[in-house]
Design a protein around this ligand. Sequence first.
Ligand SMILES: *[C@@H]1O[C@H](CO)[C@@H](O)[C@H](O)[C@H]1NC(C)=O
Ligand SMILES: *[C@@H]1O[C@H](CO)[C@@H](O)[C@H](O)[C@H]1NC(C)=O
Ligand SMILES: *[C@@H]1O[C@H](CO)[C@@H](O)[C@H](O)[C@H]1NC(C)=O
Ligand SMILES: *[C@@H]1O[C@H](CO)[C@@H](O)[C@H](O)[C@H]1NC(C)=O
Ligand SMILES: *[C@@H]1O[C@H](CO)[C@@H](O)[C@H](O)[C@H]1NC(C)=O
Ligand SMILES: *[C@@H]1O[C@H](CO)[C@@H](O)[C@H](O)[C@H]1NC(C)=O
Ligand SMILES: *[C@@H]1O[C@H](CO)[C@@H](O)[C@H](O)[C@H]1NC(C)=O
Ligand SMILES: *[C@@H]1O[C@H](CO)[C@@H](O)[C@H](O)[C@H]1NC(C)=O
Ligand SMILES: *[C@@H]1O[C@H](CO)[C@@H](O)[C@H](O)[C@H]1NC(C)=O
Ligand SMILES: *[C@@H]1O[C@H](CO)[C@@H](O)[C@H](O)[C@H]1NC(C)=O
Ligand SMILES: *[C@@H]1O[C@H](CO)[C@@H](O)[C@H](O)[C@H]1NC(C)=O
Ligand SMILES: *[C@@H]1O[C@H](CO)[C@@H](O)[C@H](O)[C@H]1NC(C)=O
Length: 517
Amino acid sequence: MHSLFMALVLGALTSALAQNLSAIRWVDCAQNVPIPLQGTNFTVPLPSTLHCGQLDVPMDYAKPLSESNNITLGFTMFRPNNSQGLINFNPGGPGQEVASYSWEIALNLDRASWFAGLEGYDILAIDTRGYWSSNALNCSQGNWMISSSLPASEAELTAFQTPVRAFAQSCIDLSTPPGIVQFVSTNEVIQDWDQVRAALGYDVMHHFGISYGTYYGAKYAHAFPEHVGRFVLDAVFPPNVSNVDLLSKQYAALDRSLTRSDVYCLNDTTCPFHSQGKGAVLEAFQNVMDLAGSGSPATSGVSAADVRFFAGINYIAGDPNFPLFNTALFEALQGNWSLFNYTTAGPIFTGAAGSLATTYCLDYHVDDNTFEGYANILKVGAESDPLGAQFLFFLILHLLCTAWPYHAASNPAVPVNASMVLVTADFDYTTPTELATFEWMQQANNSVLVVRHGDDHGTYNVPGPARDAFINFLATGTLPAPVNETFVTVYEPGSVRAPVPDPYSVPVGVEAGDMDE
Ligand SMILES: *[C@@H]1O[C@H](CO)[C@@H](O)[C@H](O)[C@H]1NC(C)=O
Ligand SMILES: *[C@@H]1O[C@H](CO)[C@@H](O)[C@H](O)[C@H]1NC(C)=O
Ligand SMILES: *[C@@H]1O[C@H](CO)[C@@H](O)[C@H](O)[C@H]1NC(C)=O
Ligand SMILES: *[C@@H]1O[C@H](CO)[C@@H](O)[C@H](O)[C@H]1NC(C)=O
Ligand SMILES: *[C@@H]1O[C@H](CO)[C@@H](O)[C@H](O)[C@H]1NC(C)=O
Ligand SMILES: *[C@@H]1O[C@H](CO)[C@@H](O)[C@H](O)[C@H]1NC(C)=O
Ligand SMILES: *[C@@H]1O[C@H](CO)[C@@H](O)[C@H](O)[C@H]1NC(C)=O
Ligand SMILES: *[C@@H]1O[C@H](CO)[C@@H](O)[C@H](O)[C@H]1NC(C)=O
Ligand SMILES: *[C@@H]1O[C@H](CO)[C@@H](O)[C@H](O)[C@H]1NC(C)=O
Ligand SMILES: *[C@@H]1O[C@H](CO)[C@@H](O)[C@H](O)[C@H]1NC(C)=O
Ligand SMILES: *[C@@H]1O[C@H](CO)[C@@H](O)[C@H](O)[C@H]1NC(C)=O
Ligand SMILES: *[C@@H]1O[C@H](CO)[C@@H](O)[C@H](O)[C@H]1NC(C)=O
């Protein structure tokens, strides 16, 4: 009943807006170089395939577009002659820079390889609202720095939250137009996408979404089913997961990824623990944490919490750097702790986390915003973290959201009827593989699930059969056929996924996604 009502309201809203759609302003790309590419020496003229545009959209979609309810989206496109269709690309974040990707393709820079096989399509790269060229928020980090020690008492939780509130208030005070901080959630992002799609004159939009781009993608597919073409969700982050489940699954995934560093060492003759056999890296991790926790001056001020931060964020999150993690453990045991130095990493991490919070917390439902709720997450999470790694990426985001002034009122299921391709890697720590299974079974059960056997957050940059399967789907519309091979298993709708394999049973190496950057 409730969701039907919402669907009717949304339908009425979109048809009303359609009449008032503003027109795209095409702009000179040379005068609108994306920030990450500024300072790069391009050959001029820029390729004719590269296009740069802007579109004015309502800040608040509940009200009409007007002088006072108006933000400008920035986007770029790679446009070949005789385009076969529109692919919207989003690398996630939330809030990662997007606009430079069309430049990468048009100029054949490093990341053009992510799109190999899709050169016949218009590839659209819209900076997400609130970030980069799409009305970036303006916030002040000041001297706020997230501690590597997780809050362990109600007083420590309050001490964590106080500067977060100040940071959020700075965003509210410094950003324009006034009120924008409440309107940078996924609910707005997907309407932005639909406005750009319509302004470009396309009825159907394909989507290549990575990480948080899969969350946007599922929400778009649910809200605008009539415009959904081929949707690829790579490294799935699903709606409708409880806080406790999200964090427990990520603890399990962190422990698996740390174990993969041991597997990597077994096959890496340059690993300092190579000759010590199975389990040596995990034992070294325990020894380093114990030493850092002992208070000995020999650790140069590095605490056990600092070691856990580096394990959970610097070396293992995203695409893990197993050789560097193994080296860091070894050097610490030799008395050189510089690879666990939180003094330099802390401010950078704080800035990055604060930037994610502006969208993430609007999307996130805090299930129990009391100290007891937080303590329960730690208690349940510890059961999935026998290695005692503790410092978890999504736990920091959860803590930020406990102090953020705006939250989602609920976290409903987002059923998608379309036949999408969901992609996951067994040992992805950032978006744990169980979450992909959950979305596939509970919300996207007409979809095909591609399971890559190996490491890394996302398959977009891992050449091999899993990537081939989804690129071919985007290029041709043919859903991947079921297979079961060393580096990939493809599951048809209605089939049953095998349990996540033992980390020691899957090979390491380039084909497993390791050290491919
Ligand atoms: C840019 O490249 C051109 C041609 O390769 C060269 O002549 C010019 O000096 C370069 N400019 C800068 C600022 O590096
Ligand atoms: C669209 O424009 C018409 C005429 O200018 C106006 O009456 C209406 O309120 C606008 N609707 C929206 C949703 O902006
Ligand atoms: C949006 O704002 C810009 C700059 O303030 C203005 O030039 C433009 O006309 C506005 N668009 C609409 C539809 O009000
Ligand atoms: C696209 O078509 C235009 C005009 O026909 C032509 O000048 C241009 O070389 C073509 N571009 C490519 C990449 O084929
Ligand atoms: C952001 O806020 C600072 C004040 O901290 C101000 O100096 C700056 O002009 C603002 N930038 C924008 C783009 O609004
Ligand atoms: C400590 O390790 C760092 C990082 O590997 C290295 O750059 C540095 O030279 C080492 N310091 C000493 C004294 O060996
Ligand atoms: C960490 O970095 C700070 C400043 O960059 C330096 O003073 C300190 O000695 C470093 N600590 C370790 C353990 O490397
Ligand atoms: C999942 O969605 C269902 C239906 O929308 C809702 O009843 C349930 O509370 C949601 N679960 C969570 C964890 O939010
Ligand atoms: C749902 O998807 C199936 C298979 O793709 C299709 O046959 C059916 O028409 C769809 N139903 C709706 C309501 O869109
Ligand atoms: C795939 O093959 C492996 C090893 O041959 C087997 O253990 C697993 O059950 C198979 N999975 C499926 C889904 O058939
Ligand atoms: C997907 O779920 C719907 C609703 O529970 C069910 O009717 C349908 O048979 C399921 N499809 C598949 C392929 O399992
Ligand atoms: C082991 O390492 C070698 C050399 O790096 C690599 O080529 C190979 O794929 C790895 N083997 C396995 C089973 O992971």
